[in-house]
Structures are given as C-alpha cells and as structure tokens.
Design a binder for this molecule. Sequence first.
Ligand SMILES: NC(=O)c1ccc[n+]([C@@H]2O[C@H](COP(=O)([O-])OP(=O)(O)OC[C@H]3O[C@@H](n4cnc5c(N)ncnc54)[C@H](OP(=O)(O)O)[C@@H]3O)[C@@H](O)[C@H]2O)c1
Length: 361
Amino acid sequence: MREKLRVGILGATGMVGQRFISLLENHPWFEVTTLAASPRSAGKTYEEAVGARWKMDTPMPETVKKLVVKNVNEVEEVASEVDFVFSAVDMSKEEIKKIEEDYAKTETPVVSNNSAHRWTPDVPMVVPEINPEHFDVIESQKKRLGTRRGFVAVKPNCSIQSYAPVLTAWKEFEPYEVVATTYQAISGAGKNFTDWPEMVGNIIPFIGGEEEKSEQEPLRLWGHIENGEIVKAESPVITTQCIRVPVLNGHTAAVFVKFKKNPTKDQLIEKLINFKGIPQELSLPSAPKQMIQYLEDDNRPQVSMDVDYENGMGVSIGRLREDTVYDYKFVGLSHNTVRGAAGGAVLCAETLKAKGFIAKK
Ligand SMILES: NC(=O)c1ccc[n+]([C@@H]2O[C@H](COP(=O)([O-])OP(=O)(O)OC[C@H]3O[C@@H](n4cnc5c(N)ncnc54)[C@H](OP(=O)(O)O)[C@@H]3O)[C@@H](O)[C@H]2O)c1
C-alpha cells in the first residue's frame, strides 16, 4: 500500500484548522499526524485544547482527539514530524510571513490559508482550476530562501471564489469592468452565532481589508510569471462592496459585468458548465467533478440549498440576465470555509503533489 504523506496543521484549533481536520479525515494521500496552535493550547490533547470550540457539523475524528498539540513557534520540532504543513494561524501579518518562511527553510512546504504572503512576488497564489502554472514560480522562491524542497504557496481570499472562476470561464469574451457586492458568512470571521449573537438578524456593512482583497486578488490570479515573479493582470477593473450577513457558511456575490465582445446568454452558460482545469483532468481527490453549476430557477442559488454543492468545492451560479447599464448580471455562491479556505488549500496541495512539488521527505 502506498504510504501517505504526513501532514501538520498550524492553527489546528481554529475554525479553518478544524475544517482541515474534517476534510483530511480518510484522505487517500494525506494523513494528519501533527497539530500545532498557540502556546495556550500547546501540551494539551487536541480534544482538551478545542473544548467547546468544535464548530464542524461532523464529530471530531477519533484519530486526532488524543494527539498532543504542539506550539506553532517550535518550528524545528513540528517540522521534524511532517512532510508538509497547512497553515491557518491567526497572528500578525509580519509574524505569519516569518513563521511560514521559517517552516519552508526547514525544507517543509507550507500551503497557507493566510493572506500574509499573497503579494510576495515569488509566492504562488493559486486556484488550481485557474492558474496552476503559477506554481512554477516556486523555483525562484526556493533560490531566494536557499531551500531544496521547502517553499510557501497560498490560496486567495474566500470572497472572490463566487465570481473569479466565472470571469475566468468567460475570459474569451473579454470582461473589462466588474461591480461585485458580496454577502459574506460569519464563519469567514472564524465565528458562529453562539460567539457572535449580535449578528442574528443583523447586517454589518464593513469587513476590514476585504474590499481591497476582493478587487485585487483576481488580478493576481490572472497574472503571469516574469523574471521569477508574478506580475498581476491589469484588467478587468473590479470594484466591490463587502457586507457581513447573518449566514453561517456561504459567501454570495451579486455581480455586474461589461464585455468587449458580445456573448449571448447561452454562450455564457455553456462556458460555465464546461469550465474545468487540472484538478478535473487529473481527478484529484478533492476536485469537484463539475466546478461551476448553473441554476435556472429564479430563486437560486440559495445558501441553504446550494452551499454544499460538490461537497462545498463547487460554485453555484444563477440569475444570469442582461442588464440595462452593464451587459450582464448574475449571482454566485461558494462555501467560504471549504472552497474559500481549507478545501481550496487541500486542492492546492493535491495539485502540488501531482506536479511533484510535494513528496515524502
Ligand atoms: N474563517 C475563514 O473562513 C477564513 C477564510 C480565509 C482565511 N482565513 C484566515 O485563516 C486564519 C485562521 O482563521 P480562523 O478563522 O481559523 O481563526 P481562529 O478560529 O481564530 O483560529 C486561529 C488559530 O490560530 C492560533 N493562534 C492564535 N494566536 C496565535 C499565536 N499568537 N501564536 C500561534 N498560534 C496562534 C489559534 O490557537 P489557539 O486555539 O491556541 O488560540 C488557532 O489555532 C486567519 O489568518 C484568517 O484570517 C479564515
């Protein structure tokens, strides 16, 4: 039997860390062997450290309950036990940048959920269906870090998953101006309604830093490698408003688009449902079979009906229609802690393994 890669999770006790643990239960390639969190949790069993904070719908896997949580800052000790790590620690941006590179320098690849390295020029930020070729920039990063196999790779922000894949599917029609309003779930802030009762029946029109990420990160996905660095694309211009809504899981986006070419509605739908990339071609374990579904009913996509499409790894689109000011408008929905966070990172790691960037130490 093929031996699985040993995986560590940095920030294992948090919302995203818990999602990693749930998604990796019974994973065919990866086995969670090491959990790390803040010094507050270090030395406790995972079950004790998480206590009442377990937020997943499925029970905590038996295989992790008795693992003793390590201190994220004890880099050598954590790194010595694993082939690579997923990172979901909540520290300052500078601390995260440093600690993720410290892990890389121990020859431990880091697949990160954090935003700290998203604009580091030689760090790939990837949605595997959109820009897997950006992983090639890892060779330049390794030279900078002086490593053989250690590197940092990241996935983009959760908010863009409800429209960036759609705009990618429509690339040949040359979208050049996009307006998006996102309606974002509270789990995106690591919270549920018990820890954030003020969100019941409420809307908050501000999510710190989110609009800039939602406008700029798609451009980096559509960029190219030049002299060992990612150079972002210049178009389409995107403007956004990001709003927190009383939903547990699922980011919705209402989007308006102008195109240079003039696609028909049928052409746009055809591009959506046929959109695929490396994960589908290689049948990677976490790949959705069909990444984007188009729903004809006027009242779809709905969070309660559609957020778990393709186990939370797919994107649901509906209400595509012509607009009076823009060319077309539509509504998109994706699962923010699956496709938008841990699931997106797991799919990146599977792609990295398939491409030979992650192997046994
Ligand atoms: N939630 C989402 O949907 C989402 C989506 C995309 C990105 N993110 C990003 O992912 C990261 C984690 O998010 P989350 O929602 O899972 O946060 P969270 O629930 O607050 O969990 C934070 C994790 O980081 C650890 N931690 C906190 N302070 C630390 C310190 N000083 N040193 C070492 N470890 C420390 C915590 O350990 P203890 O339990 O020991 O305190 C916990 O394991 C954040 O950077 C967030 O911005 C989240």
